[in-house]
Design a protein around this ligand. Structure first.
Ligand SMILES: Cc1cc2nc3c(=O)[nH]c(=O)nc-3n(C[C@H](O)[C@H](O)[C@H](O)COP(=O)(O)OP(=O)(O)OC[C@H]3O[C@@H](n4cnc5c(N)ncnc54)[C@H](O)[C@@H]3O)c2cc1C
Length: 386
């Protein structure tokens, strides 16, 4: 295992570090105030080629490695957790299935615009009664006599479909039953202007206030068979592979958030004086920082290992789940300690740790809750899960 960055990966790291410091951090507060999507930030990411980072070169992307992706994600999420999440969906959940399973026609239609940052990827799996339990999915696509599919049902909590860059997204529907009597799932790409498809209003959330999370409503929505993504009944298999990629990115997002919280706490603790000395000179605070730094180091190694395995085509479902579980858990712990070191000021919106603490909770819920990731890990350890 060699986690040393290549020359290209080092350049991407430096570029995203500067971009986070000079563009994301100074500009993002406005979006939290207005709750508007930070279009300018994403356009600047497109100008730098970041929107196409993981997209294949033949469709206008950079074809970068997973190692490059997690390195960039750590910096982008350090700049802002919500930019990290939005960008992460675009790089993994919203695109991997098109890249791997799409027809040539689908690739040519979607990938160049997505890689150029003109269109933003989205992915719809969750429903009101089907979050962790995918078998509970009810949103149905029925094959019609004329070969089209009629979709009815509602998806819940779907990111990125109502922004100025949204084109629709990849959705998973129930298309029948498997020979063993389980539900059969098939993926489709749905364009936003398809009759019968509409989106709800933006959810008000605990954090990530400008983030675009909505219901997706399908009412007798007719899709042509050309919108089907991969073979009928393959939807679940596709999602499992995509989730591995997404979990590694989500872990890197959590890591970047933890790094920002550590940096802010270190800076604040070096400046804030009580009892005539800086609070970092109290041993209890220095131990807190030492613990935070140790957790970050371990999380980074786990994220790098999972990315390295994916880059080298080594099965990595367990490592992706472990990285996601651990990095999101320490993200919440580090955010909490960072608020503690800031005292009352950490509870105020004046300091970014306040926002990171609220949003840190989301990292334990998305891409499979931490309990679901523990089930995945136990199964791979040979311990009976669900
Ligand atoms: C801001 C935001 C953005 C999102 N974006 C997307 C998106 O773009 N696309 C998408 O498809 N979804 C998205 N989601 C949905 C997200 O993936 C789900 O919220 C998540 O999978 C959990 O599902 P749930 O909320 O229904 O919780 P539930 O599945 O109802 O879980 C509730 C609790 O029960 C626990 N639990 C459930 N089953 C078990 C079990 N077998 N053993 C032990 N514990 C269990 C869970 O761990 C959790 O603690 C988003 C959610 C949010 C909040």
């Amino acid at each position: 295992m060699n986690f040393e960055l290549t020359e290209e990966e080092r350049l991407i790291k430096n570029m995203t570090r500067v971009f986070a410091n000079e563009v994301i951090i100074p500009q993002i507060d406005e979006s939290y105030e207005t709750k508007e999507f930070p279009l300018g930030i994403f356009q600047q990411m497109a100008d730098l080629g970041l929107m196409g980072l993981k997209y294949p070169e033949e469709y206008g992307g950079s074809g970068a490695s997973n190692m490059a992706y997690i390195t960039a994600m750590e910096e982008i999420a350090r700049g802002d957790c919500g930019v990290g999440l939005t960008w992460g969906v675009h790089q993994t959940l919203g695109s991997v299935s098109i890249i791997k399973f799409g027809t040539e026609q689908q690739k040519e239609k979607y990938l160049p615009k997505m890689a150029a940052g003109e269109w933003l990827g989205a992915f719809g799996l969750s429903e009101a009664n089907a979050g962790s339990d995918n078998q509970g999915m009810e949103c149905k696509a029925e094959l019609q006599d004329d070969g089209t599919w009629k979709v009815n049902g509602t998806k819940m909590f779907i990111s990125n479909t109502g922004t100025p860059l949204s084109f629709g997204g990849i959705f998973l529907f129930v298309t029948g039953k498997t020979p063993s009597g389980k539900k059969e799932f098939t993926s489709f790409i749905v364009d936003k202007d398809t009759p019968g498809y509409s989106i709800g209003t933006k959810f008000k959330k605990m954090g990530f206030d400008w983030g675009d999370t909505r219901e997706q409503i399908f009412e007798d929505c007719i899709l042509s068979d050309e919108q089907r993504l991969g073979p009928r009944g393959n939807g679940f298999k596709q999602i499992m592979d995509t989730l591995d990629a997404a979990r590694i990115g989500y872990a890197a997002n959590s890591l970047g958030m933890a790094v920002r919280c550590y940096d802010e706490a270190l800076k604040y603790g070096n400046e804030r004086k009580q009892f005539g000395q800086t609070i970092n000179s109290f041993q209890v605070t220095s131990f807190k920082l030492a613990n935070m730094a140790t957790k970050i180091e371990l999380a980074r190694l786990m994220v790098q290992k999972a990315a390295w395995m994916r880059d080298n085509n080594i099965p990595h479902t367990k490592e992706a789940a472990m990285a996601k579980y651990y990095a999101s858990k320490i993200c919440m712990e580090v955010a909490s300690e960072a608020v503690q070191i800031h005292g009352g000021y950490g509870f105020s919106e004046e300091y970014p740790v306040c926002r990171y603490f609220r949003y840190g909770k989301m990292m334990e819920i998305g891409e499979g809750t931490n309990e679901i990731n523990q089930i995945v890990i136990s199964r791979h350890l040979g311990i009976a899960g669900l």
